[in-house]
Write a protein that binds this ligand. Structure first.
Ligand code: ADP
Ligand code: GN1
Ligand code: MG
Length: 359
């Protein structure tokens, strides 16, 4: 694949002089594009995973609509959200000869991203970033296309899960009875939460749905949060999914796929910092039921992630990129350790949320 030629099919300012791989995402392939011999990248080029995202044109429409909305609200529209660059034919994507979809956005200058939060201050900035994002989209009322069906819908995930167990595509089910029990023993509790969303008791809002730390940019000099990126999964859902996924990411004292389970736990100081940052923006916007489930959302999404990693392992590793054969199982165990740590600390987490909301 001639990536320079591909990038040149977009309306870029300058001639492409280099294209280099970037990032550690599990789904897409991401590259930096350099123009006119400059040493800093000018654009991000991404191959959108067509198997995961069946309707890339609709996905790009979601992204353009939401980023335009945000641009009208931020002091620096170049750094306060993504800027999608159209193709020369006016579309928001290019489809190559192999059927792959590609998209380009500008590279946000002077930015930095992280794979994990090493300090509470970074967690605070992350919480602030998600709070800002939720405030920016709070009055976004256009319908968003459901880009991945049932993405954080645990009822839908259970249907996939039951089917995966029945299929047993990789012949692994018999050896995973303990891990499968982790999922089954919590099924009713997770469904009870989701039912409250299904009944309309928990509000539906524009949400990001993939809020792990690497999907936010920070100012490389000051460390201040700039914006949410990786907007592929923008959809209508509950903001609790965003908070939960962020808690899963920012409060983990270990890595998402840590083989050393002793390192994995939910860190209370990081939880406090994240929530302080988030609530500084959102305390006044949240419905009582959203506040009630803020801490629980971390358990919900971490549980869902255990299910998704384990289901992919059972399916024979077809969804997530893996670096070694047992990677999805290692991820499952590490996320399960995080889940149990959150379960143990839920009363303290809830008490802290109440304290912060009361101010
Ligand atoms: P993936 O779907 O592979 O996770 P992302 O959109 O999250 O792709 O991009 C991967 C990484 O590339 C990010 O974590 C960030 O470091 C960097 N990145 C992405 N978009 C930009 C941008 N517009 N400006 C600067 N860096 C970016
Ligand atoms: C994937 O694309 P990336 O790496 O930001 C996944 C998330 C998972 C995450 C686990 C579209 O995110 O849902 O939480 O991996 N994205 C999709 O790290 O499935
Ligand atoms: Mg990403």
């Amino acid at each position: 694949m001639d990536l320079s030629a591909l990038a040149s099919r977009f309306a870029l300012r300058g001639a492409v002089t280099d294209v280099r791989p970037l990032g550690e995402g599990f789904i897409n392939d991401t590259y930096c594009v350099f123009v006119d011999g400059a040493s800093q990248p000018a654009y991000i080029l991404q191959r959108k995973n067509h198997l995961v995202f069946p309707d890339v044109p609709a996905m790009m429409e979601n992204i353009v609509a939401v980023t335009r909305h945000i641009k009208g609200k931020v002091a620096d529209p170049e750094r306060g959200t993504l800027t999608v660059v159209p193709a020369l034919d006016g579309r928001w994507y290019v489809q190559d000869e192999g059927g792959n979809f590609w998209a380009v956005c500008t590279f946000i200058q002077g930015s930095k991203s992280y794979e994990r939060a090493d300090t509470p201050e970074l967690a605070r900035q992350g919480g602030l970033g998600l709070g800002l994002f939720h405030r920016q989209v709070a009055d976004f009322t256009q319908p968003l296309t459901e880009i991945i069906k049932g993405f954080h819908n645990i009822r839908f995930r259970f249907a996939q899960w039951d089917e995966a167990l029945r299929r047993d595509a990789a012949g692994r089910v018999a050896s995973l009875q303990e891990e499968i029990g982790w999922i089954e023993s919590r099924r009713a509790r997770m469904l009870a939460f989701w039912e409250r969303f299904e009944k309309g008791e928990i509000p539906t809002r524009a949400t990001h749905n993939d809020t792990k730390i690497s999907n936010f940019l920070f100012d490389a000099k000051t460390g201040e949060v700039l914006c949410a990126i990786d907007l592929d999964t923008l959809m209508s859902s509950t903001l609790l999914n965003d908070v939960g996924d962020a808690l899963r990411s920012y409060t983990n004292s270990g890595a998402e796929d840590d083989p050393d389970l002793a390192k994995v736990s939910m860190s209370m100081p990081f939880f406090r910092a994240y929530m302080e940052g988030y609530l500084s923006q959102m305390a006044g916007e949240l419905a009582p039921i959203e506040i009630e489930y803020l801490a629980f959302s971390g358990l919900y999404i971490t549980y869902e992630q255990v299910l998704r990693f384990l289901m992919d392992y059972i399916d024979g590793d077809t969804y997530y990129k893996t670096r070694y054969p047992e990677h999805n199982l290692v991820r499952t165990r590490a996320q399960y350790k995080l889940l149990t740590s959150m379960e143990e600390q839920l009363p303290e987490m809830n008490a802290l949320v109440q304290q912060l909301v009361r101010g």
